[in-house]
Design a protein around this ligand. Structure first.
Ligand SMILES: C[S@@+](CC[C@H](N)C(=O)[O-])C[C@H]1O[C@@H](n2cnc3c(N)ncnc32)[C@H](O)[C@@H]1O
Length: 279
């Protein structure tokens, strides 16, 4: 249903419908003073997913610290930062000499982050990039495959991508990975989530245990949706390992596999890959 809406209903109308759908709840929260100033209205934030905004953000920041080794004084880049779900809990963690930069392609999310997060925490900065993505910004002007990140080389200690490469196609992802390596200092960390295909996840998809049915084969990746492939994109684990190696990113083992495919042992929903820039 979502993909049919994406295909046939103009994008500004989709956004308006979403806001209208959540309007009664958002209005009630505002009137009753139930929404804290660092939680966006649902009608604005639902494009990043259905989970509890605060709880998911806090849980992920815990992973950044325990699995990725994020430090209080790090300079962090959040690629595809959405509507600040990780930025909000990071305001309580990063110290003054640390900093946070995030960029995303959805202007409404970035506007909310600037008005509500940067205004209170000036070392948290947000940028918008006008880049095409059939799921998130079908009106986007530029291609992710050619995008130069607007940051100088070696600037960051830590780069995070939460459920972003799960919505990007191979050429776009490959360019982003090389840009990430450029802006990450040597020895810095990349923390990224994926849907990874390997023997186990394929078996689980085939027997119907997975909540994502990656059956649409594209050039270099798999999707659940032929019409809007960016709805959910999976990559071969071997392909990701090769790509990381080519970029001099050494994976910190083990990869933490997620529950999306129906595994019984998992860390979170998506597969978590942590790697270090070697040279
Ligand atoms: C599932 S949301 C996750 C948002 C955020 N990382 C979080 O966990 O709250 C995926 C995000 O990727 C962003 N995105 C998609 N393509 C992008 C691109 N080429 N560059 C930057 N962000 C992109 C979308 O706009 C969306 O905010």
């Amino acid at each position: 249903m979502k993909s049919i809406i994406r295909q046939y209903v103009p994008w500004p109308i989709v956004k308006t419908l979403r806001r209208l759908y959540y309007y009664p709840k958002d209005l009630t929260d505002s009137v009753l003073g139930k929404r804290d100033p660092l939680t966006p209205p649902r009608g604005l934030s639902r494009y990043i997913g259905e989970g509890d905004f605060k709880a998911v953000g806090e849980k992920y920041v815990e992973y950044l610290i325990t699995l990725g080794g994020l430090k209080k004084e790090d300079k962090i880049l959040d690629v595809g930062c959405g509507i600040g779900r990780m930025a909000v809990p990071l305001t309580a963690y990063l110290e003054e000499d640390g900093s946070y930069d995030g960029f995303d392609i959805v202007p409404e999310g970035i506007k909310w982050c600037r008005e509500n997060i940067t205004s209170r925490f000036p070392n948290f900065r947000f940028l918008v990039a006008d880049i095409y993505n059939k799921q998130y910004l079908p009106t986007g002007k530029y291609s992710a495959a050619d995008y130069k990140f607007p940051y100088e080389s070696n600037r960051f200690d830590f780069v995070f991508l939460g459920s972003v490469f799960t919505h990007m196609l191979p050429k776009d992802m490959a360019n982003y990975l090389s840009e990430i390596v450029r802006v990450l200092r040597i020895g810095g960390t990349i923390f990224v989530t994926f849907f990874l295909l390997n023997d186990e996840s394929r078996r689980l998809i085939a027997d119907g245990s997975s909540s994502f049915d990656f059956r649409v084969e594209l050039d270099g990746c798999w999707s659940i949706d032929e019409q809007v492939p960016e709805r959910a994109v999976a990559y071969e684990e071997d392909h990701i390992r090769t790509l990381f190696e080519k970029q001099n990113l050494s994976i910190v083992e083990p990869i933490r596999f997620g529950s999306w495919s129906g595994r019984e042992k998992f860390t979170d929903v998506q597969d978590i890959v942590v790697a270090k820039r070697e040279t």
